[in-house]
Design a protein around this ligand. Structure first.
Ligand code: ATP
Ligand code: MG
Length: 231
């Protein structure tokens, strides 16, 4: 049995818009073990981003339970979710979300500032080298290709040594070659560092390379889930 990184029970997220209630995530039971590589797939609007944001403590949940790294955050307030995110979770987004006025290495160092950790240049340099950007450290985002920007974003997500890496459509803005390269980089991190990764993707070819694929439809898991993977 592996360590449980995430465990949910009937996790539900409802968006309320005027008179309408949208069950974006509905009664999701999920276990993610240490070292898992999970791809969340499903049609547009099926709740992939909402599920990822819920698991990543980027949003509060409406009902059900959510346990992350042994901590019950089902009813946690924003400040608890913020410290969970800063200390233990890493994020990569489709739009890279780099700060345009900061160089690659400065972007990578930024989370250290928020986590109140010493801003050591060596660690950021090593991370950029490990994602193949040793020669691009002082480039601004506008001086980088899409694939390079996503590499910077991955290095930035890793600088605080997160226990779980979340990625929402990390290859959504990239061409086929760069998508494959970025996916391989994530797969390598999973294999070599035993990093737990949860991502969403529209790309069936990439998604099927993950160790586990979860299909969502109307906020519910429709694929068969392995039960009790972890303790
Ligand atoms: N902030 C919000 N307020 C209200 N409704 C929302 C909000 N965010 C998402 N929704 C709705 O929740 C449902 C799930 O949206 P979500 O973004 O999670 O889907 P998705 O599977 O990530 O879609 P896509 O593949 O297009 O990224 C959709 O019906 C969407 O319209
Ligand atoms: Mg989405």
């Amino acid at each position: 049995m592996k360590n449980c990184m995430i465990k949910t029970n009937k996790l539900t997220k409802v968006y309320k818009l005027l008179a309408e209630e949208i069950y974006a995530v509905h009664d999701v039971d999920l276990e993610v073990a240490e070292g898992d590589f999970v791809a969340i797939m499903g049609p547009s609007g099926s709740g992939k981003t909402t599920l990822l944001d819920s698991l990543g403590c980027l949003t509060t949940i409406t009902s059900g339970s959510l346990n992350i790294l042994g901590k019950d955050v089902s009813k946690a307030k924003e400040n608890t979710l913020v410290s969970m995110r800063r200390q233990s979770l890493g994020f990569v987004f489709q739009d890279f979300l780099l700060i345009p006025t900061l160089t690659a290495i400065e972007n990578v160092q930024l989370p250290l500032l928020f986590a109140r950790l010493p801003r050591e240049a060596r660690q950021a340099k090593e991370l950029l080298e490990s994602v193949g950007l040793g020669k691009r450290m002082n480039h601004l985002p506008k001086e980088l290709s899409g694939g390079e920007k996503q590499r910077v974003a991955i290095a930035r997500a890793l600088i605080t040594s997160p226990k779980i890496l979340f990625a929402d459509e990390p290859t959504g803005n990239l061409d086929t070659k760069n998508s494959n390269d970025i996916f391989s980089l994530l797969a390598d991190l999973n294999k070599k560092e035993n990093l737990t990764i949860i991502l969403t993707t529209h790309n069936p070819k990439l998604g099927s390379q993950a160790a586990r694929v979860i299909y969502l439809k109307d906020g519910r898991i429709v694929s068969r889930e392995d039960s009790s993977l972890c303790v």
